[in-house]
Design a protein around this ligand. Structure first.
Ligand SMILES: Cc1ncc(COP(=O)(O)O)c(C=O)c1O
Length: 393
């Protein structure tokens, strides 16, 4: 029987899914021995103390299922953490769901709170999971464009994105891929529209501590009146350089948490118990750890920006997260895909084609994203390879 005929078993839900471009670039990078500035993970060591804490948890036999919505000590550590950083009180018994990374936090939230036909507002360019997450939930995406150089939105465009069917807005701040840290004024505009249209604001805050040039992240859930309509998604991955641990959490009002917990339980049962235990150590790290994280990343940002500028890219310096978007117009390639393939195969550097952050690929075909969560020597090695880009075109 022809293999193609097995397509009849494919769910209609995923009919429009494509392979993740970011993971495709990582695979190509491995194949061609390229310096990988594509996928967003550090190539440097996780904190020593944190690795010891995970080893100890396993040695002490924290090896069986934790409570499905998260071990008590970890949820209490999350409570303590939000008090410490934001003077924000969250009830660990009724408002926290621990899950397998922010990825599961987001999909569990959408599956729990959206109905087929509901509309979700996204800011474009957007992190590539939000669209498939919405698809799996049966929701329809509407988008609001963020425009360079500051990656701000037009308030009228935001207003126009809301309809009678709008159920939620997804806001990622600090933002991947633009590096934008949304201002309080913008967050208030979004919050006001959420109130007017009685819809949820779902925030992805995984880069909360990676902010530069004096920027400060404020969780929208802490704004007056937003407690009842915000769902906050976060994870250990970026803040503690442990993206492979897959430990995240969702904070939401009790009634919403009850629904999210139901979905989470059936999706994954729970996040790795010993890594939740180690997460208690992480969330209690001294303030200096978080300050150093931001400082270290700001130095890496500046290194990468200098490299990219010297090669001749038009760059947009990020205010947060760990990516730089650049314009590739001056290099004479047909589009971002062609450019990225050339970069990997001929120059030995991997980046992400900008089109993967847009609904209409041509809208991002002039952009490429580089990640700077890398050792100084990795960035320098990439710089060395990129320096020949123009001369060898
Ligand atoms: C904006 C954003 N949200 C979520 C994730 C995934 O987070 P996690 O690894 O905790 O699932 C990423 C990873 O790059 C991201 O950039």
């Amino acid at each position: 029987m022809a293999v193609a005929s097995l397509r009849r078993f494919q769910s209609a839900r995923i009919a429009e899914f494509k392979e993740s471009v970011i993971r495709e670039m990582t695979r190509l990078a491995l194949k061609h021995g390229a310096v990988n500035l594509a996928q967003g993970f550090p190539d440097f060591a996780a904190p020593h103390e944190l690795k010891l804490a995970a080893q100890e948890a396993i040695a002490q036999d924290v090896n069986q299922y934790a409570i499905t919505w998260g071990s008590s000590p970890f949820r209490e550590a999350i409570q303590h953490y939000y008090r410490r950083f934001y003077q924000f009180d969250v009830d660990p018994e009724r408002e926290i769901t621990v899950c397998c990374g922010a990825t599961e936090g987001m999909i569990a939230t959408l599956l729990a709170l959206l109905n087929p036909g509901d509309e979700v507002v996204l800011f474009e360019p957007f992190y590539e999971n939000y669209w498939p997450d919405s698809q799996l939930s049966g929701a329809v995406c509407r988008h609001v464009t963020l425009r360079p150089p500051a990656w701000t939105f037009e308030p009228d465009e935001l207003k126009a994105a809301f309809t009678k069917r709008t159920r939620a807005v997804i806001l990622n701040t600090p933002n991947n891929p633009t590096g934008r840290v949304f201002s309080m004024h913008e967050i208030k505009q979004i919050a006001q529209l959420c109130e007017e249209h009685d819809c949820l604001l779902i925030t992805d805050e995984i880069y909360e501590h990676i902010v530069f040039d004096g920027e400060r992240h404020v969780p929208p859930i802490t704004l007056p009146g937003m407690r009842e309509r915000c769902v906050l998604v976060n994870s250990l991955g970026k803040t503690f350089s442990v993206t492979g641990w897959r430990v995240g959490w969702v904070i939401a009002p009790p009634e919403l948490t009850a629904s999210i917990r139901k979905v989470h339980d059936f999706l994954t049962v729970g996040a790795a118990a010993p890594l939740q235990q180690a997460g208690v150590t992480a969330l209690h790290f001294a303030d200096s750890y978080f300050a150093e994280l931001a400082r270290g990343y700001q130095t890496k940002r500046d290194t990468l920006i200098n490299i990219l500028k010297s090669v001749g890219f038009v760059t947009y310096a990020p205010k947060g997260a760990y990516y730089v978007l650049v314009e590739i117009g001056g290099f004479g390639f047909k589009n971002d895909m062609e450019f990225c393939r050339h970069l990997i195969e001929r120059r030995g550097v991997a980046a992400v084609p900008g089109s993967s952050f847009f609904f209409e690929p041509s809208d991002g075909a002039h952009l490429v994203r580089f990640c700077f969560a890398k050792k100084q020597e990795t960035l320098e090695a990439a710089g060395e390879r990129l320096s020949k880009l123009r001369s060898q075109l």
